[in-house]
Design a protein around this ligand. Sequence first.
Ligand SMILES: Nc1ncnc2c1ncn2[C@@H]1O[C@H](COP(=O)(O)OP(=O)(O)OP(=O)(O)O)[C@@H](O)[C@H]1O
Length: 407
Amino acid sequence: MESIIEINDIVKSYKLYDKPMDRFKEAIHPLKKVYHKEFTALNGITLSVKKGDAIGILGKNGSGKSTLLKLITGVLTPSNGQIRINGKISAILELGAGFNPEYTGRENIYLNGLMMGFSREQMEDKIDSIIEFADIGVFIDQAVKVYSSGMFARLAFAVSINVEPDILIVDEALAVGDTRFQTKCIDKMKELKNKGTTILFVSHASEQVKRFCNKAIWIKDGKIEAEGDSSEVVDLYEDYMKYYNVEKDEIISESTELDQLDTPNEELLLPSNPDILSSITKVNINSNKVKTFDQIEIEVEYEVYEKVIVDLLLGVALYTPDREYIFGPNTHLEKVEVPNARGRHVVKYIIPRIPLLGGTFQIDVGLFNNEGIVCLDYKQDIVSFKIVNKYFSEGLVYINHKWEVIK
Ligand SMILES: Nc1ncnc2c1ncn2[C@@H]1O[C@H](COP(=O)(O)OP(=O)(O)OP(=O)(O)O)[C@@H](O)[C@H]1O
């Protein structure tokens, strides 16, 4: 298949000056004295992106992700190497980039359209759907300098995904939007992906990359450390982050505390924040102390505040006390339908024979939509249980096995 982005051995170095004045001194020095140090942010990146790929870009802070995206969009030029782009790019880079702060939202839509090569007439056909998607009310006719980061994200998304790009670049922009808007954006991104748009997607939530992207690259210290199937690259990256205890952002969404939700009647609790579409209201476990091969039952009660939440899924994850992830199935992957209409629902998760050996284990419960990309509610360590046995084996988990004496 043809490649839409070809990157060949690019290097990007920045000049670092100790003082702003040094830049000026260097520019005017008659003997061309050097006042800067070189810092190489990207060092020999080679990458070929095929049309229709959704590529996740992983890497800890400062690893060079944004630099790579800025090179692809042409905001920066490489110090060395070549980039070949074979289509129209629409990018959501830093919030507010590409907007004129003095112009209104509406004027900025036209401005962005012009930069993308659309005429004013062509933009006139698109403006209503862009404004509807952004959904920022009267602010659309206010200067964007008064916008909140959430409004910026809405406008930037609305423009970028409504201008029929061949390549859509999203750098962390989803993180600022509220749940409802995130859902809308993911739906639209999926639609574009299905139509063959190539998507480059940076997210600190590596689970989002696993679920949305088919491929991923991991950038470490300005070089590609791993690339390939998104699930494999995310696992490698997560292992590294865990092993080196590298700080990373939590994926956990805002959530309401369970105790305040414990109501005796069947009336739905109204969330304090209209952005909450669904919440986990109770989690029970059948027993806090069991033996290996006993049955574990976890009952999850949750509420849906929308008429219906499309693709609602429930996940239950099992962890050791030091947050080693043991097992985390979800209803989407296992094609189980859970109730998703307005109301209070209860779903039971059953492990008929728990194979874990002794120890204390923690349970996380999460509600998501969009195949697990958008988190609606997440409760970490919500219940725990202990496994106590008479000594019969060692290790974390009992694995079926047999012994054969050969000689
Ligand atoms: N204009 C600049 N001048 C000097 N150094 C820069 C400049 N822009 C970025 N850098 C440096 O280059 C490195 C890579 O930055 P980049 O923003 O690409 O990383 P990132 O992976 O996108 O990080 P984050 O996840 O924090 O956004 C960092 O060490 C950063 O400090």
